[in-house]
Design a protein around this ligand. Structure first.
Ligand code: CA
Length: 231
């Protein structure tokens, strides 16, 4: 099974093996794909290839600390938008502020409840990748329900293949944003399989057709030399 937007990818950075495994187990049981890193260096290396949707990052790590990893990821263009939840045994208010000032999106104090942490993970994803947590997305007269996998346009159901559905969810999460073919490949097909960028064009063509199956304008825009956008 290739990566898909149905299973958000979590990069989990925790040097304590028992904590890492418990958290990974719970995340996987909840439908997440988990990439595990044992330290800061590994996290910075894996972030490229695993293209996470969210990062759960322990503060106290050997050598490169979680704070430093966070700082570096928040200064890189490719990773700036990925939410980071910091885990820390420090409960001092000043540390919490420092964690958030470094750019962390949320901060959870150890010992945490796994249930609460999972809720925080979903809350961050709802903000950046609503379709991965069962949200209903709307654009113009198009409604996509990512929980039931139903799409309607002007209240009429649309028939869409699974790839077209994932393409449309990606577009509907960020209307107006221009996606390059490579970005769509990463998002919709995943990096672990080889697909030619021409394939993207083929499925965009199918998606356009599907969106107009009951008439209406083509809402997808081709941006010459850049890619595609919704609206
Ligand atoms: Ca630690």
């Amino acid at each position: 099974m290739a990566q898909s937007s149905d299973h958000p990818n979590v990069l989990l950075v925790e040097d304590e093996p028992a904590q890492r495994e418990v958290l990974a187990y719970n995340l996987e049981a909840d439908g997440f794909r988990v990439t595990k890193a044992e330290n800061g260096e590994e996290a910075l290396m894996l972030v490229e290839e695993s293209a996470p949707d969210i990062i759960v990052l322990d503060w106290m790590l050997p050598n490169v600390s979680g704070i430093e990893v966070c700082r570096q990821l928040k200064t890189r263009n490719e990773t700036r938008g990925v939410p980071i939840i910091m885990l820390s045994a420090r409960s001092e208010e000043v540390d919490r502020v420092r964690g958030l000032e470094t750019g962390a999106d949320d901060y959870v104090v150890k010992p945490y409840s796994v249930v609460e942490l999972m809720a925080r993970v979903r809350a961050q994803l709802r903000r950046v990748r609503p379709s991965t947590v069962g949200e209903r997305l709307e654009y113009d007269d198009i409604v996509l329900d990512s929980e039931t996998h139903r799409v309607t346009r002007g209240d009429k159901p649309l028939k869409l293949g699974p790839t077209e559905f994932r393409l449309l969810s990606t577009f509907m999460e960020k209307p107006g944003r221009v996606w390059s073919r490579e970005q769509l490949l990463d998002r919709v097909w995943g990096r672990d399989i080889y697909v030619d960028t021409r394939t993207v064009d083929v499925h965009i063509g199918r998606l356009r057709k599907a969106l107009c199956q009951h008439g209406g304008n083509d809402p997808l825009r081709t941006v010459r030399g850049a890619g595609y956008a919704l609206g």
